[in-house]
Design a protein. Structure first.
Length: 116
């Protein structure tokens, strides 16, 4: 499985942005999909996850109520809708695929910069 993240950019605080992650391969629904992020000089942290058919989602407390993860299995794509962005959301965002509790594949990351 190859993952290609896109949609990052420079926005102002309070703006919205939608990230996409396109996956290759015919077994996309076999994988729970995740978004992680890594800010400068910080460790990579979990942002959100969604189960294979989208019935279950989980969010980090820091983004709950502002971010929404979704997926379209027909398009092999997972999305992260980010609303009410804050400067502390600035990071490189990575999508990741997992069949179990362990991440199997990582995307290359897309940079989100939120100015105050």
């Amino acid at each position: 499985v190859q993952l290609q993240a896109s949609g990052g950019g420079l926005v102002q605080a309070g703006d919205s942005l939608r990230l996409s992650c396109a996956a290759s391969g015919p077994t996309f629904s076999n994988y729970a999909m995740n978004w992680f992020r890594q800010a400068p000089v910080k460790e990579r942290e979990f942002v959100a996850s969604i189960s294979g058919f989208g019935s279950s989602t989980h969010y980090a407390d820091s983004v709950k109520g502002r971010f929404t993860i979704s997926r379209d299995n027909a398009k092999n794509t997972v999305y992260l809708q980010m609303n009410s962005l804050k400067p502390e959301d600035t990071a490189v965002y990575y999508c990741a695929a997992a069949r179990t509790s362990r991440i199997d594949y990582w995307g290359q990351g897309t940079l989100v910069t939120v100015s105050s």
